[in-house]
Design a protein around this ligand. Structure first.
Ligand SMILES: Nc1ncnc2c1ncn2[C@@H]1O[C@H](COP(=O)(O)OP(=O)(O)OP(=O)(O)O)[C@@H](O)[C@H]1O
Length: 302
């Protein structure tokens, strides 16, 4: 395991977690958006950073596709630096459904065919963490691109992440790729809060019954099943239709099973992150107490 002594704590946010998957198209952005809005609906102050330069879909899912001229195009921070810049020079996030939103898509353009090179993605995510005027946040949710490359590596190396949420679908192929993401976070010493299984059954628009669509996984079961299951979200065609128009399920169809499952998942994520923080604070205190005791004993011996 790699030691990460230099990782910076983002001082403007209480809890920062990433949403990742091994595979594309499993619903990671859908989950990120709905978690963010559900947490904001509970009264939390929430930021959502879309870190997926290859397919930034969060602007579309929140109906914030256009970047206004006032979005701070003039704000320039030397890419590799983490120095403090004045709030008025920072980029302003967009506010939607009570969530502060920033996306790499605002900079590279949604229709642009060529995505930045992987090493640029790490620099870009750092830029957005430090040069956006996030204000004080309870939660910052970072939606990652699929896979285990950049900007994941930069984030794991440089930022103290409070947790990772893994999103998968029930099939073997998705779960095997997701277990690779799990290994990446474990190696990076990032606590994994659990897994959200999306498209888990289909809500039939005709009979309203839940129907299984994918064969249940046999492989990668052990690794992922050791993780807490934070939610099982059914596939609902209306949720996809609303999402494409900028209305997340928790806003557009709050009574539906898909929205209820997402709200429950948000609660589980928040509870799990809070639990981990308490454990880690207790560990830190114990470490401090032990060091203090050892120092006192050394002084006595002297
Ligand atoms: N539970 C669901 N019910 C219905 N549609 C869903 C559900 N989850 C995701 N979708 C739809 O599936 C498509 C892919 O979802 P999404 O963009 O969230 O996946 P992703 O894992 O973020 O993809 P990418 O690899 O591009 O980042 C979208 O059209 C979305 O609306």
């Amino acid at each position: 395991m790699v030691e990460h002594t230099q990782r910076a704590r983002l001082d403007y946010v209480n809890t920062v977690f990433v949403v990742g998957s091994g595979k594309g198209g499993v619903g990671k952005s859908t989950v990120s958006v709905n978690l963010a809005v559900a947490l904001a609906q509970r009264g939390a102050s929430v930021g959502l950073l879309d870190g997926d330069a290859y397919g930034p879909s969060i602007p579309l899912m929140l109906g914030v596709r256009k970047r206004a001229a006032s979005q701070g195009t003039g704000a320039v921070l030397p890419l590799a630096e983490r120095k403090e810049i004045a709030p008025e020079k920072k980029l302003q996030p967009l506010l939607r459904y009570g969530v502060k939103v920033m996306s790499v898509g605002f900079f590279i353009g949604e229709e642009q065919a060529v995505a930045p090179m992987p090493d640029v993605l790490g620099l870009l995510i750092r830029q957005l963490l430090y040069s956006v005027n996030w204000g004080e946040l309870d939660y910052l949710i970072i939606d990652l691109p699929p896979g285990t490359s950049e900007p994941q590596a930069t984030l794991c190396r440089e930022v103290q992440l409070d947790g990772a949420v893994l999103v998968t679908t029930p099939q073997d192929i998705a779960r095997i790729d997701t277990s690779k993401a799990l290994t990446m976070f474990k190696n990076g010493n990032v606590p994994v809060l659990g897994v959200i299984q999306n498209m888990d059954g289909f809500m039939c628009p005709h009979c309203g019954e839940r129907v299984e669509i994918f064969p249940q996984s046999r492989e990668a079961r052990v690794q992922l099943d050791d993780l807490p299951l934070l939610g099982r979200i059914p596939l609902d065609p209306s949720a996809a239709a609303y999402s494409d128009k900028g209305y997340p399920a928790v806003v557009s169809m709050p009574e539906s099973p898909v929205a209820q499952a997402l709200v429950d998942a948000a609660e589980q994520v928040a509870a799990s992150a809070a639990r981990l923080k308490r454990v880690s604070a207790a560990d830190e205190k114990e470490k401090g107490d032990t060091e203090e005791k050892a120092q006192t004993e050394d002084e006595r011996e002297d």
